[in-house]
Ligand binder design. Structure first.
Ligand code: NAD
Length: 519
């Protein structure tokens, strides 16, 4: 199979007139299709349920994106049986055939890129470039995991030769998996988690995040259009946690691929460890959870570059990224300067409806996210000084907007410095020296991403060794990992360090069989 080298999908330059117009047209087209009913997908069949929930535009909650069927217990049962049935054939497909379905889906997604990105603008409130990056990442996952499966299908070439024996290590699929993605990369992460599981030969039950069921429906359609057989991916949306809980606790589930918050991930981890009567396997859990990511600024850093990185990483997609910078730990000699620059840059950000091309910060994904962020802003007022922002933004449409907020002079042990907020809020801390700053950065239960700004080789080597994060960035912001370039996943309570988009990732969805024949 001629698979050419993988390269990340380029981002769209919206300053070019043709791209700008094409995106506007895509927004209009997607808006023309809003408000439809979205059924479940079980074994390729469209199944309507008696219970529905609404997906709405968070910038304008009066705008219905779709009315979505909610899976009930009998649907879950049908889907589980469909996935078990499909496993019997799908798991025996030539892995290269499976890979070709991903490559075809990638090609179709590339052709329909703006349509998917426009839906992300409307369903979860992503500004244009953020939506474009989400779609590009979904393409990358399809392209990357397709190639990875082809590589793994060739077996391990690295076994030590033993005279008189023919030895091989082959990778085999596991069974039915639960795929439970978060809302914040509703296309890229849902696509990456699904594509990795199925290209490895497993079949899945996919439960999309509550705020983003319509984009998940479109994703499954895309895979079907690329030739995915019925029953390989079964879509079971729900307006609450129960469908996910059924998927996790069912003894027929072989693995759980979860990306989401720490609390839910920890519960799933514990639940999956239980072995039900009659269950003949241990469930594997791949869990990628939250972060409390910090950017450390050393005394020799470029203050302008550091402030730019902090603001971009703190407020990109309104801070709703696991990798978002929520702490800036700045050497005392640069503290006032970096803080002032960051405040100035933040106050220039345009907050508003991401349908408009010049919006930098859109809404939070829903009322429960807004409530949570506003609660933390109130807590922060008792723990630091509001340097800018500090509350909701009222709009006539009633969207879930918050002002990008910087708290200055926060103690490292403060709640806003320890707990994941998942909104446009960053705390500034003053540090006496670089090593203390790294120790402050490490002093949380999370270990997902981190960045340092410094010109010193000694500082850089110290951070490479001592900064306890799964993704460390040097002299750049702590968001924006690229598939295949920056394998992604965290330490500590940020997860099982699965390194999505890396060469080790697909083996998490496979079991390796070592076969030895006496010659
Ligand atoms: P969440 O934990 O609220 O939900 C994640 C998914 O779990 C959703 O599909 C949700 O419906 C489902 N769910 C909720 N309760 C469940 C239960 N009891 N059993 C089974 N499933 C259940 O997270 P979210 O708000 O959608 O996403 C934001 C979180 O995700 C943040 O904490 C963020 O840091 C994290 N995240 C991590 C990564 C990473 O790679 N580490 C990437 C993106 C997001």
């Amino acid at each position: 199979m001629a698979v050419l080298g993988y390269r990340p999908e380029p981002f769209t330059d919206f300053r070019r007139e043709e791209n700008f117009r094409a995106f506007k047209a895509a927004l209009e087209m997607v808006e023309g299709e809003l408000g439809r009913a979205y059924p479940l997908i079980i074994s390729g069949d469209r199944v309507r349920s008696g219970v529905t929930f609404d997906s709405v535009n968070p910038a304008n909650p009066g705008q219905l994106i779709g009315r979505v069927s909610q899976a009930e217990r009998n649907h879950f049962e049908q889907a589980m049986q469909a996935a078990q049935g499909a496993f019997e054939t799908w798991s025996r497909w030539d892995p290269r055939w499976r890979a070709r379905i991903l490559l075809k889906a990638a090609a179709q997604l590339r052709r329909r890129k703006h349509e998917f990105s426009a839906l992300l603008v409307l369903e979860v409130g992503k500004p244009w470039p953020e939506a474009d990056a989400d779609t590009a990442e979904a393409i990358d996952f399809l392209e990357f995991y397709a190639r990875e499966m082809v590589r793994l299908a060739e077996g391990s070439p690295r076994l030590t030769a033993m005279p008189g024996e023919d030895n091989e290590l082959i990778y085999m699929p596991m069974g039915v998996g639960a795929v439970i993605p978060p809302f914040n990369f509703p296309l890229a992460i849902a696509c990456g988690m699904t594509a990795s599981a199925i290209v490895a030969g497993n079949t899945v039950l996919l439960k999309p995040a509550v705020p983003a069921p319509v984009v998940a429906y479109r994703l499954v359609e895309l895979l079907e259009d690329a030739g995915l057989p019925p029953g390989v991916v079964n879509l079971l949306p729900s307006g609450g946690p129960e469908v996910g809980q059924w998927m996790v606790s069912d003894p027929r589930t072989h693995f759980i691929s979860f990306t989401g918050s720490r609390d839910v991930g920890v519960q799933i981890y514990a639940e999956a460890a239980k072995v039900a009567p009659g269950q003949r396997h241990l469930k594997r859990v791949i869990a990628e959870l939250g972060g409390k990511d910090a950017i450390v600024v050393a005394e020799d850093a470029d203050p302008e570059a550091a402030a730019t990185g902090i603001v971009a990483a703190a407020f990109g997609f309104g801070g709703q990224k696991c990798s978002a910078c929520s702490r800036a730990i700045v050497h005392q000699d640069l503290y006032d300067q970096v803080l002032e620059l960051a405040v100035r840059k933040t106050e220039r950000l345009v907050v508003g409806d991401p349908r408009n091309e010049n919006t930098d910060v859109g809404p939070l994904a829903g009322p429960r996210y807004l409530e949570r962020v506003l609660k933390y802003i109130e807590i922060g007022k008792g723990e630091g000084r509001v340097a800018t922002g500090g509350g909701a933004v009222e709009t006539p449409s009633g969207g879930y907007f918050v002002k990008p907020t910087i708290f200055a002079d926060v103690e490292p042990g403060a709640r806003i410095a320890q707990e994941e907020i998942f909104g446009p809020v960053v705390a500034f801390h003053k540090a006496p020296d670089f090593r203390t700053a790294v120790a402050m950065a490490n002093d949380t239960e999370y270990g997902l991403t981190g960045a340092i700004y410094t010109r010193s080789r000694e500082n850089i080597e110290y951070a490479r060794r001592e900064y306890q994060v799964g993704n460390l960035y040097i002299n750049r912001k702590c968001t924006g990992a690229l598939v295949g370039v920056h394998p992604f996943g965290g330490f500590k309570l940020s997860g099982t360090d699965s390194k999505a988009g890396g060469h080790d990732y697909l083996t998490l969805f496979l079991q390796a069989k070592s076969v030895s024949e006496q010659l």
